[in-house]
Design a protein around this ligand. Structure first.
Ligand SMILES: Nc1ncnc2c1ncn2[C@@H]1O[C@H](COP(=O)(O)OP(=O)(O)O)[C@@H](O)[C@H]1O
Ligand SMILES: [Mg+2]
Length: 319
């Protein structure tokens, strides 16, 4: 169990275009460079493009082959990337309707995922709040939400966290109609509604018994979210994480952790059509250390041995 706890990381964020896929690739690359076996999984089932970032035009196998049972084992759909130690499971577009796999297909997928031979499995999630995306997010013991300083990204990032928490609460209390009713009242914005936060849900369900409040607290403790702010152009933009952190604390009773900042980097943007070339020869860019810093945070949070920082190329980070 401890191993799975460290191994699976979901990267979400609610909004498209904030850099989730690029972040997944470059965090995976940094962890691989530091000696870890990494598998990236394109879990954006309706809009997969991680393979294109990794320089693979026509993947031989994708998750659709696994979901459609054309292959039995998930190992068979793993493909190599130009980087040693960094492998990929490609997503597939929604032509076969796999963007919304059935419950049994999802369970089979998640069961196979945890048995893959890797130190880290990074799930690149799609945008939006589809049940499949939230289920991947909730399944992963480690959750990273990527934001940019844009107001819409902050709004969508918070919305994604809130929707995922409520999905988990619905699931936990599905057999308890009285608690569910209170949770439903708190999840919609109704003017004059007195239950508008998880703290108020706690107070409202208190008379229903200790099991209910205990399960609520357990649920909150299990959702362990880390924030990364991407495309930071000015030092003060790194502070946008405080907005999400304080709203999540006040309304959702969630303690969210800062996990790092990535500067806006023209070289990264320009390399997007040739990320494979960038991975093999062009990584001397300004944001490089930002990704290493986050990889160190990943290793630290797993209490893994951290190699000497001097191994990392010395490029400037966001000040
Ligand atoms: N730190 C950054 N600096 C500059 N451009 C970035 C940065 N992060 C991401 N991008 C660019 O933003 C675009 C969207 O990135 P992508 O990873 O596809 O987002 P998402 O997966 O969230 O939809 C890409 O063109 C990518 O090159
Ligand atoms: Mg993406």
């Amino acid at each position: 169990m401890e191993e799975i706890k460290n191994k699976i990381w979901a990267i979400g964020g609610g909004k498209g275009g904030v850099g989730k896929s690029l972040f997944t690739l470059l965090l995976g690359d940094s962890l691989a460079q530091l000696g870890n076996k990494v598998i990236l999984v394109d879990a954006d089932l309706g809009g997969s493009n991680l393979h294109t970032f990794a320089g693979i035009r026509y993947p031989k196998y994708t998750l659709a082959d696994f979901i459609g049972r054309r292959v039995e084992s998930m190992d068979e759909v793993i493909v190599d990337t130009p980087i040693n130690n960094l492998k990929l499971i490609c997503g597939a577009d929604d032509i076969l309707g796999i963007a919304n796999p059935k419950f049994t297909q999802k369970t089979r997928l998640l069961n196979h995922l945890k048995n893959l031979d890797a130190d880290f499995i990074l799930l690149d999630l799609g945008a939006g709040v589809s049940f499949t995306t939230m289920d991947f997010f909730l399944y992963a013991p480690n959750k990273i939400v990527v934001l940019t300083p844009q107001a819409t990204s902050i709004q969508n990032g918070y919305g994604f966290i809130k929707a995922s928490l409520y999905r988990k609460l619905h699931r936990i209390f599905r057999a308890d109609p009285k608690v569910l009713e209170i949770i439903k009242r708190s999840s919609v914005s109704v003017q004059g509604e007195t239950i508008d936060s998880i703290a108020k849900v706690y107070n409202a369900i208190k008379p229903l018994g200790k099991d209910s409040t205990g399960n609520l607290i357990k649920c909150l403790n299990e959702i362990n979210i880390k924030l990364v702010v991407n495309m930071v152009r000015k030092p003060k933009e790194r502070d946008v994480s405080h907005i999400v952190k304080s709203v999540a604390k006040n309304y959702l009773s969630l303690e969210i952790e800062d996990f790092g900042v990535i500067q806006y980097d023209k070289i990264l943007e320009a390399s997007v059509n040739n990320m494979a070339g960038f991975l093999t020869k062009g990584k001397d860019c300004a944001s490089r250390n930002n990704f290493y810093d986050i990889a160190y945070n990943v290793l630290k949070s797993c209490r893994k041995l951290i190699p000497a920082k001097s191994l990392v190329p010395n490029t400037s980070s966001v000040q």
